[in-house]
Design a protein around this ligand. Structure first.
Ligand code: GLN
Length: 542
């Protein structure tokens, strides 16, 4: 029987090294050499899932087909590997402990003292082994969040240490950081040495050390790391900065990482499918013409460096669609609050080829977003509204075209005379009981598209499915009135009750969706709505 192989990815020195992309890239090269791969993410925090975390602190909340609200790294895995990953591929301390405590209460450990080792570590191992027991895969990549030396992840490290001892086929990959001291201009390996020392104290000897750095690692540092960390020189893999995250795969391939992994596991390369991927990366690097897309972000209060993390899937979806149209995407961040203070600034939107209002919660910057949408509608600027972006497009249309003064979403204004956006009925009780965790309308839901609409043409089919994450929706009572004024609901839930897509005929591109199509966009398969936006934006830029 073919046995599954585990690659455990740990991190050292600092967080935020892009371990998720490293993990996804290792998976991709294995996949391109003929192996089936899936990936898991361990998040050592006590939250049960990422649904209640603030995106500004933790990055975007990723939504799976089956409705999981998860760390953004699962998004990288899905995009790189072009597979759907279910929510149980994310393990948190919260989930592990609540399972152990539930078992204890049910008497499953009767008579025993329940302890971190073995009971918690057993629960962790059970969860790590689940994907391979449910579907046949050659490789399961397991990324452990945080850095070695944290209190939080020590039991997870202990669990993966035990796995090898228990006979699982396991390789350990440690991702570290090699900083360059500005005063010396010299790359320093000491933090890597210390981090591997910590890992070895736990009982894990890494098989590979991947060094993140600005510039490629030189041979002197490679030798040093190998010597001090007890690995061969060829097991030290340089992972320096690249312009395009999808090119990390090729950097690993150049260093024969895949071959080296397979050799350690006594496996052969099945075949080599790298050509298409290489062509894709080289095409991107040669693109000259640009397309400028504005994203109206809400999380400005914490500085722009965090923004790309909060909207990572939207950004990636823009990139995929732009590349598909042979364009280089230029993303501009728009702070909608600026327009609230000074409406004359709205004309700066003319410089953009297209505008996106992405999903969001809360009240901040809402009026500025509505003004942005109005400007795009009146000035023929291609517009794509995602979830909140569709809801506000409906609000704007109700107010300024249908003459419903003061129309709003009840999320923002409970006493609006025209509640064009209102609770999904099941949500009322949920919010009354303050049950905030995992209670939105989450995951993939089907919609039926109306023939002869733009959205139908873009998807090329009548039945579509996209992922969702919301509590509010277009109020069915206003659908007829809005449509009479010219707004077209181009897609609805199969029972016809929920408005899933909207568009404005006569406008070059004015489309909204209650869903988050960005979650299904893949590098070589852009999301149809993003592709439509870019095509319209390209026309505008000519
Ligand atoms: N806050 C809105 C809702 O709950 C929109 C959510 C979103 O944009 N994901 O419906």
């Amino acid at each position: 029987m073919k046995m599954v192989n585990y690659i455990i990815i740990t991190g050292g020195v600092v967080s935020g090294l892009g371990k998720g992309i490293t993990t996804a890239s290792i998976g991709k090269i294995l996949q391109l050499h003929g192996y089936s791969v899936t990936a898991m993410k361990i998040d050592p925090y006590i939250n049960y899932d990422a649904g209640t975390l603030r995106p500004t602190e933790h990055g975007e909340v990723w939504v799976t087909e089956d409705g999981g609200e998860i760390d953004q790294d699962l998004g990288h895995y899905e995009r790189f590997l072009d597979i759907n990953i279910p929510k149980y591929h994310n393990i948190t301390t919260g989930q592990v402990y609540s399972a152990v405590i539930e078992k204890e209460r049910k008497g499953k450990y009767l008579g025993k003292t329940v302890q971190p080792i073995p009971h918690v570590t057993d629960e962790i191992k059970r969860r790590i082994r689940r994907p391979a027991s449910e579907s046949k895969v050659d490789f399961v990549l397991v990324e452990i969040g945080g850095t070695v030396g944290d209190y939080e992840n020590v039991l997870f490290l202990e669990a993966v240490r035990q796995m090898k001892l228990e006979g699982d086929r396991v390789l350990y990959v440690h991702v570290t950081y090699v900083p360059v001291l500005e005063s010396l201009g010299e790359a320093k390996t000491k933090p890597t040495q210390h981090s591997v020392k910590l890992l070895r104290e736990i009982g894990i000897q890494p098989d590979f050390i991947i060094t993140r750095s600005e510039k490629p690692l030189d041979n002197i540092r490679r030798e040093k790391i190998a010597m001090f960390c007890n690995v061969h020189e060829e097991e030290v893999i340089s992972d320096s900065n690249v312009d395009n995250i999808y090119a990390v795969t090729l950097m690993f391939e150049k260093q024969d990482l895949c071959k080296k992994i397979l050799r350690k596991l006594n496996l052969r390369r099945e075949h080599n499918d790298l050509e298409g991927w290489e062509k894709f990366i080289s095409k991107i690097s040669r693109l000259k013409n640009t397309v400028a897309i504005g994203i109206v972000g809400k999380y400005f209060d914490i500085g722009t460096s965090q923004l790309s993390d909060s909207y990572i899937s939207v950004i990636e979806a823009v990139k995929h669609a732009a590349w598909n149209n042979n364009l280089k995407p230029v993303i501009r961040w728009i702070d909608s609050k600026v327009f609230e203070k000074d409406r004359s600034q709205l004309s700066s939107l003319d410089e953009l080829d297209g505008v996106i209002v992405p999903g969001g919660f809360g009240l901040s910057g809402i009026d500025g977003k509505i003004e942005t949408i109005r400007y795009c509608r009146e000035n023929n600027i291609p517009y794509l509204g995602l979830c909140l972006g569709m809801q506000l497009a409906v609000v704007e249309f109700a107010r300024n075209v249908c003459n419903m003064k003061g129309a709003h979403s009840t999320e923002v204004d409970k006493n609006t005379p025209f509640p064009v956006i209102d609770f999904i009925p099941e949500q009322v009780k949920i919010l009354q009981d303050s049950r905030y965790g995992a209670t939105m309308r989450l995951g993939a839901y089907p919609a039926v598209l109306k023939k002869n609409t733009l959205v139908y043409r873009l998807y090329g089919s009548e039945k579509v499915s996209e992922r969702h994450r919301h509590r509010y929706e277009v109020n069915p009572e206003y659908v007829e009135k809005l449509e009479k004024c010219g707004l077209v609901f181009s897609g609805r839930s199969p029972d016809g009750v929920l408005m899933e897509f909207m568009e404005l005929p006569g406008h070059p591109f004015f489309v909204g969706t209650q869903a988050h199509p960005e979650f299904k966009s893949r590098p070589l398969k852009p999301s149809p709505l993003f592709d439509g936006l870019i095509k319209a934006a390209k026309k505008k830029s000519l």
